[in-house]
Design a protein around this ligand. Sequence first.
Ligand SMILES: [Zn+2]
Length: 215
Amino acid sequence: MSKCKFEDLIDGYLLNKLSEGDREAFEEHYFNCSSCFEQLQERDVIIRTIKNNPALLEEKEEVRSSALAGLRKELASFLTVRQLAFAGVTALLVMVIIFTVIPRHQVPAPNFFLTDEETVRGSSITLISPVIDMGQVPSSFEWKKLGDNIEYQISISNGELLWKATTRENRITLPDEVKAKMVPGQKYSWQVKAFGPDGSLIAVSSRVQFKISAD
Ligand SMILES: [Zn+2]
C-alpha cells in the first residue's frame, strides 16, 4: 500500500499544530481517504489516552512503565497485534511530541478509563435532510442529534467549499447569501462533524450528495 501524502499531517492535526490552510485541506481529505481516516481514529485514541493519563507524565520511571503496561493492555482490546506494533511506535513518537509541546498545566484531570464520550468515538452522524434531489434550494439542513454539549460543524460544497458553519443545534438554516449561490441543475454535497466539549472530533457523517433539479 503506497503512503498517502496526507499521512504526515495526522499527528499535527490531532495536536492542533497545523496552519489553518493545512487543517482545512486535511479535514476535506480524510473523510474521503479510508487510510487516513482509520489512522486518524487510531492515533486520536492513543494521544487522548496518553493525555488523560497523568501518570505517564510523572518523572518516576517505574510509574511510567507500569502505566505504559496498562495502556498497552487497554489498546490491545481494540487494536490487532499488527496494528499494536505500529501503534507502539506511534505512541512513543507522540509522547516525545507531547512532552515537548504540551505544558503540564494543560494536562486534564486524572481519567485513565475510556469515558462515555469516548465510546461515541468513531460513530457516525446520520444526515436527515436533504438526502435526495430537491425541487428547490433547501432552506435548512437537519441531522440526528448525538448528545448534549456537542458542537456541530456543517460544510456544503460543490467541488470546492461553499459554506461552513457551526451550531449546537441539530439543524441549521441556510443564510440567504449562500442560497443565492446555489443553482438548479447543480450537484452539491454536505457533511456534518461533531466536536466534544474539549474541541475534539468525535463523529462525522458521510458526505451526502443532493441535486437541485432544474425545472
Ligand atoms: Zn489519505
